[in-house]
Design a protein around this ligand. Sequence first.
Ligand code: NAI
Length: 355
Amino acid sequence: MTELTTVTLASNELHQLIQTKLEKAGLHSSHADEVAKHLTFADACGIHSHGAVRVDYYAERIAKGGVTLDPKTTFEKTGPSTGIFHGDNGVGQYVANEALKEAVQMVKESGVAVVGISKMSHSGALSYYVKQAAEQNLIGIAMCQSDPMVVPFGGSENYYGTNPIAFAAPRKEGAPIVFDMATTVQAWGKVLDARSKNKEIPDTWAVDKDGKPTTDPHKVHGLLPISGPKGYGLMMMVDILSGVLLGLPFGKRVSSMYDKISEGRNLGQLYILIDPSRFTDLEEFKEKIELTVADLHDIKPAEGFDQVYYPGEISVLNYEKSQAEGIEIEKNIYEYLKSDTVHFDQYGGKGAFAE
Ligand code: NAI
């Protein structure tokens, strides 16, 4: 009989394990709760690259002082539809949620809200935030900076981060549509996930220290942008909007996840929220999103595909399934979560591509 390498947990069980670990690392209970909700959501959606696999790293950064435990956050309204949320390097999920609340309030007043977040730590899967906006009948767009670990198109040294973009819109029936992607072929977390499973990665994801494609997740030294120059252009756009625009370090100056683990990361994130009812009839808008979904579902699948999914649908289906059947995580992550070990002291000072 082959030994199981994964365990299936109820959502509240996984949440509790993560929360307890982060509290042991030093995070306040309410902040730990927000991070736990977020990571549990990511695993439930099948975004394992941004789920419980991150707890060990978060715990180490928190325990070593790289996250402000009592952040003095402020919201600076800079115009009727613009503002900057100052995160004081509080834990990313807490800061991102607080900023989102400000952006939602602003969009309800002015129809559009462009809110930047200045100085935060890693905020995880962006879908979590835009989904909340869409649940309030808003269109949500989010993007954020990430460590410089991507080779520019035609280059052999890293410059931009995996700079993700997420989009969500409400539909008439069912959960909002949510599309969320890194601008690299794969998010760095997918490499981490492959490391935790000791699995090879496709040779299209990343390059080694000599700039050559690699299938060994432990040898990754630079990730590749999606679709060559196009993904490269998108990551520049994200860097300008969530870094340069907010007066934050940009490009290769963005802090590394594992370097200087006892200092704040000073990362940026940007929300663009739009109230569809300022442009069209809200119900009509939602019906048309519903029709878009139906149109896409009606398209005859190509050979080798069972059906056409709307962008992001896979994650929504994973989420629904996991609420009914439980969330699958790697056994080694589960063992760590229920152990007394707060963190394995394995990231600090090792640079972006810590072994
Ligand atoms: P991915 O490649 O797994 O999926 C990208 C999108 O495509 C998702 O919305 C997914 O649902 C959709 N999709 C996948 N297969 C599909 C299919 N057959 N039909 C229709 N849609 C399909 O995601 P990726 O690029 O690996 O990003 C993972 C996560 O990493 C995201 O949540 C992103 O926000 C997060 N991230 C966060 C960073 C941070 O610093 N906070 C940095 C980079 C990524």
